[in-house]
Design a protein around this ligand. Sequence first.
Ligand SMILES: Nc1ncnc2c1ncn2[C@@H]1O[C@H](COP(=O)(O)OP(=O)(O)OP(=O)(O)O)[C@@H](O)[C@H]1O
Ligand SMILES: [Mg+2]
Length: 367
Amino acid sequence: MYLNNLILKNFRNCITTEIVLSPKYNIFFGENGAGKTNILEAVSVISGIKSFRGSSDDEMIQRGKYFYYCRGEILEEREILEIAYSVGGNTKKKKVKINNKEIDKFSDYFGRFLTVIISPDDINLIKGSPEIKRKYFDSYIAKINRSYTESLLKFRKALTNRTIIIKKIRDGYFSEKKHLDVWNYIFAEEASKIISHRNFFIFVLNEYFSEIFHRISGTQYSPQIKYLNSLSLEDKEDILKKLENNYNKEIILGVTLQGPQRDNFIFSDKNGDDCIPFFSQGQKRAVALALKCSEIIHIEKNFDKKPVVLVDDIFSELDEKRRKNVFDMFKNNYQVLFTTVNPENIVSTGFDNCALFNIIEGKVEMV
Ligand SMILES: Nc1ncnc2c1ncn2[C@@H]1O[C@H](COP(=O)(O)OP(=O)(O)OP(=O)(O)O)[C@@H](O)[C@H]1O
Ligand SMILES: [Mg+2]
C-alpha cells in the first residue's frame, strides 16, 4: 500500500497543504523547526487516529485555530481516510471517515493504512521504563490483532474499578469483599487474553528480530526479546485464584499488585538476563533499529501488504555501514517518507529517484 495524496489543514504549523507523493521514496527536507516531523505525525494520525509522538489532539491544532483536518488517499486499496478534530466552547469532536462515511467504532479502521515510524526516540523503547515499552508493544500488537485493543480497554476499566474498591475497603468505606468479584472476573478474563497475545506475539517477533539484528549490526550474536509476565500465569482461573490469594496484601497496600499493567519487556542475553545496561550507545541504536525493521516485516507478513515506512531523521545518526544496511532493508519497494535536514545523506546512500519536498515554516514546496 502507499499514500498517494495528503491534504492537511491547520495541522501544527501547516496552514494548508496538498502533497502528491511518490509510491517509492519521498524526502521532506528543511531547517530545524520547519515542520518536517509534523508531516510524518499527520500521516501517523491518518494511519492510527493518534499521534506517534503521543501528543493530544488539542496540541496538534494550529495555535489560534479551532480545528485540524487530515486526509489521505491510500492506493492500491483506493481508500480515502479523513480525520477531523475540532474544539468549540466545552465540546471536542473527533470525526473519522472512511470513503466519505463516518465511522463510530474505531475498530472499523483496523488495518486500513499500515505505517511504521522509525525515529531517534526509538532508543527509549530499549532503555526506557517498562511503561514506555508496554505502550509501544501494546500499540504494535493492536496493529496486528483486531481484538487486542478491546481487551486492553476492558482490562483497564476492570483495573481502575477494582483498585478504587480496594482503596475504599482499606479506608473503611466498603466492608464487603463481594464488590470486587465482578471486576476480578473481568480482570482475570482480559488479563489472560492480553498475556496470551503478548506471549505469542513476542514468540513470532523474535524470529524476525534475530535475523534482522544480524543483518543490521553485522554481529553473530543477537539478543532475544523477552516478555516478563508479572503474574507468571496465563490461565484465567489461575489468575482469579491469585487475586484471591493477594487480597489481604492488596487491601493493606491499597493497590492492584500484579497483572499486565506491571509487565515488562527486556532484551536478554544467552542467560536470559537484561543485556541493555552493558550495550554501547551504538549497539542500543542497532537494537532499536532492528526492532522497528522487524515490525515492518511482521506487519507485512501478517497482512500480506507492505506498510508505509516513516523515517524521522535517523540518517544523520547512523554511520555509513548502517545506512547501507538500512538501505538494503528498504530497497524492496516500500514507500518511504524521510525527513532530514540534509537530503544528500539519503540520496547518497542509494535512494535515487526520490520525490523532494522543501519545508519552509510549515509550507511544502515540491522541488
Ligand atoms: N500547534 C501548533 N501550532 C503552530 N505551530 C506549531 C504547533 N505545534 C508545533 N508547531 C511548530 O512546529 C515547528 C516544529 O515542527 P517539527 O517538529 O515538524 O520540526 P522539524 O522540521 O521536524 O524540526 P527538526 O529538524 O528540529 O526535527 C515549530 O516551529 C513549532 O513552533
Ligand atoms: Mg523533526
